[in-house]
Design a protein around this ligand. Sequence first.
Ligand code: SF4
Length: 63
Amino acid sequence: MSRHKCIATKACVNRAPGVFELDATRVSSVKNPNGEPLEAILEAAEACPTGAITVLQDGKKIS
Ligand code: SF4
């Protein structure tokens, strides 16, 4: 998560609420990296308008 890129659209929170939340400063953060199926996490990453979300699997970047 590149928090400095977050503009608080909540697109990630809406698609994967088990993983992402807006913190007290209204910036998205990861509360549980395993909180949703991978498909939902990938959708969240693709929905982010600023490309703030990077998805890693087994240490490799997949989105
Ligand atoms: S989708 Fe991107 S810009 Fe929107 S809240 Fe999530 S991280 Fe921030």
